[in-house]
Design a binder for this molecule. Structure first.
Ligand code: C2O
Ligand code: CU
Length: 464
C-alpha cells in the first residue's frame, strides 16, 4: 500500500474512533494529560446513557473508557485516580508488564484506596489489541474497562479505516439488577432450565442488555465505510458472563490476529469470542452501498447486541431492523485449529520442562478453589504446558496474566493467545508458555463470577 494511504490512516483512525464513540453528552474528562506527562485515568461514579435512559455506573469517564494508543516500544504512563467509594486497580489484559505493574490487588500491588492514586509505567514492546479493566471484585462488570491498542512500528496490514468494538453484557444500574454480588450457588440460579447438552454457554446469570461500545441495540455505533474500503475491526469481549457470536450481514471476516497476536489470514463468516478474547479482522466493503447489520449474538442465552456498517452516502431507509439477525452468524465459524501463528513461541525442541493437567469445574482449577489453593510453581526459563479438561456444563475462557501462550493444535503451529475457551462437558485445550517473566501471575477463568467463585490459581516464580 502506498505511503500516502498509510499516512492517511492516522487521520482516518482518529476520525473512526470519534465516530464510533461519538455520543454526545458523555463526560470526556477522565483522560487527559496529568502534570507528570502521564495519561490520567479517573475511576469514578458516572452515568451511562442507554438510548435515552441514563443509568448510574462506575467508569473511567466514558464507557468504554478512553482508547489508549501507543506504538510498540513506547512507555505506557497512566496515572490512576480513584474516586470510587472502594479500592480499585487497573489490569492491562493481554500485556506482559513487569509483575508490579500488573494491577492485581494484594498480589502485585496494594489496592488503591478511595481518594488515592497509583502510577502505572512500563514498556509495551509487543503490538496488538489489548484491553484494560479494573481487577477488584466484580468492578469489571460495571463500566470500568477500555481498549488499549499497541501499534507496530511498521504496519504490515493494508486497510483504510479501523474501528474498535467492545462487546459487553450489561445490568449495572438497571432496576432489577442493583447488586454486584459474585453470586453464590449454581450458575443456572435464576435462569430457569439448565442448558441443553449441546448448548454453548459461557455463563448463567441474567443480563438484560448487550452493549457494543457502551451502546444498546436501539442506539448502535455506526461504522462508516466508502465502497471499496478495507476496514480493520478490533473486536473484544469484555463481558463478565457472556460469550458472543459476531458476524456482519453481507460481509466476510478475514481474521489476522487472535488476542492481538498475528495469524495467517483466514476468512470466515463469524467469530466466537469467550470473555477476554479478541480478534482483529479485515472486512472488505464490497457491497455497492447500504446499511448492514453487525450482529452480536450471545452464546447459549437470549439477548441481542449490534452495531451497523454504513456505506457513506447511503440512505438511512436502508437500515436493518434492530433485531435483524445476519445469516452469517450461523456460517463458517473461526476455530483455533484453523489458525496458524505467524510468530510462534520460541519453544526449544524436545518436550516441556513441566506439565500441569488441570481439571476445570465451575469453581475449581485442578481440584482447588482460590483462595484455598496452592500456587502452581514453575521455574524461570522453563517451558511449561497446561492441559485443561473441563468437566462442567459451561465453557470456560481461561486467561493467563503476564505471558502469551501457544495453543496446541494438530498443525503444531496453533495461535498465540492469552485467553482460550475450553469447551464444556469434557472439552480439552492444551497450551504452552515460556516462563520468562518472573512474578506472581493470575491464571483464572474470565467469567468473573467463576473467578469470584474460586476459579483462580497463581503461577509463581522468581528469578534464576
Ligand atoms: Cu482480564 Cu485477570 O484479567
Ligand atoms: Cu468459567
Amino acid at each position: 500500500m502506498p505511503a500516502t494511504r498509510r499516512q492517511f490512516l492516522g487521520l482516518t483512525a482518529a476520525a473512526g474512533l470519534a465516530l464510533v464513540t461519538s455520543c454526545s453528552g458523555r463526560e470526556p474528562s477522565a483522560a487527559g494529560p496529568s502534570s507528570a506527562g502521564a495519561l490520567r485515568l479517573t475511576a469514578a461514579p458516572m452515568r451511562l446513557d442507554l438510548a435515552g435512559h441514563p443509568v448510574p455506573t462506575w467508569g473511567y469517564g466514558t464507557v468504554p473508557g478512553p482508547e489508549l494508543r501507543l506504538r510498540a516500544g513506547d512507555v505506557l504512563r497512566v496515572q490512576l485516580e480513584n474516586e470510587l467509594p472502594e479500592d480499585t486497580t487497573v489490569h492491562w489484559h493481554g500485556l506482559a508488564p513487569p509483575n508490579a505493574m500488573d494491577g492485581v490487588p494484594r498480589i502485585t500491588q496494594d489496592p488503591v484506596a478511595p481518594g488515592a492514586g497509583f502510577s502505572y509505567e512500563f514498556e509495551t514492546p509487543i503490538p496488538g489489541s489489548f484491553m484494560y479493566h479494573a481487577h477488584v471484585g466484580m468492578q469489571l462488570d460495571r463500566g470500568l474497562y477500555g481498549p488499549l491498542i499497541v501499534e507496530p512500528r511498521t504496519e504490515e496490514l493494508a486497510y483504510d479505516r479501523e474501528y474498535t468494538l467492545m462487546l459487553d453484557d450489561w445490568r449495572d444500574g438497571m432496576d432489577d439488577h442493583a447488586g454486584h454480588d459474585a453470586g453464590s450457588g449454581s450458575d443456572d440460579a435464576g435462569s430457569g432450565d439448565p442448558d441443553p447438552a449441546d448448548a454453548v454457554s459461557f455463563g448463567g446469570r441474567s443480563y438484560p442488555l448487550l452493549l457494543v461500545n457502551g451502546r444498546p441495540p436501539d442506539d448502535p455505533p455506526v461504522l462508516e465505510a466508502r465502497p471499496g474500503d478495507r476496514l480493520r475491526l478490533r473486536v473484544m469481549n469484555i463481558a463478565a458472563d457472556t460469550g458472543f457470536r459476531f458476524a456482519i450481514a453481507g460481509h466476510r471476516l478475514t481474521v489476522t490476529h487472535s488476542d492481538g497476536m498475528p495469524v495467517e489470514p483466514v476468512t470466515v463468516d463469524a467469530l466466537r469470542l469467550g470473555m477476554g478474547e479478541r480478534y482483529d479482522v479485515l472486512v472488505d466493503a464490497a457491497q455497492p452501498g447500504g446499511v448492514w447489520q453487525v450482529g452480536v449474538r450471545p452464546e447459549g442465552r437470549d439477548g441481542w447486541g449490534r452495531a451497523v456498517l454504513r456505506y457513506t452516502g447511503s440512505d438511512a431507509s436502508s437500515a436493518p431492523a434492530v433485531a435483524e439477525r445476519p445469516a452469517e452468524l450461523d456460517g463458517q465459524l473461526v476455530r483455533y485449529e484453523d489458525l496458524l501463528a505467524r510468530e510462534p513461541l520460541d519453544l526449544p525442541s524436545g518436550s516441556p520442562d513441566r506439565v500441569y493437567d488441570l481439571t476445570l469445574t465451575g469453581t475449581q482449577i485442578g481440584g482447588q478453589s482460590y483462595p484455598d489453593a496452592d500456587p502452581l510453581p514453575v521455574a524461570e526459563g522453563e517451558w511449561v504446558r497446561f492441559t485443561m479438561r473441563n468437566t462442567s456444563a459451561k465453557w470456560h475462557p481461561m486467561h493467563l496474566h503476564g505471558h502469551h501462550f501457544q495453543v496446541l493444535t494438530p498443525s503444531g503451529r496453533g495461535p498465540v493467545k492469552d485467553t482460550v475457551a475450553v469447551p464444556a462437558r469434557g472439552g480439552e485445550v492444551t497450551f504452552d508458555f515460556l516462563a520468562t517473566n518472573p512474578g506472581r501471575w493470575l491464571f483464572h477463568c474470565h467469567n468473573h463470577h467463576h473467578m469470584e467463585d474460586g476459579m483462580l490459581r497463581l503461577v509463581e516464580y522468581g528469578r534464576g
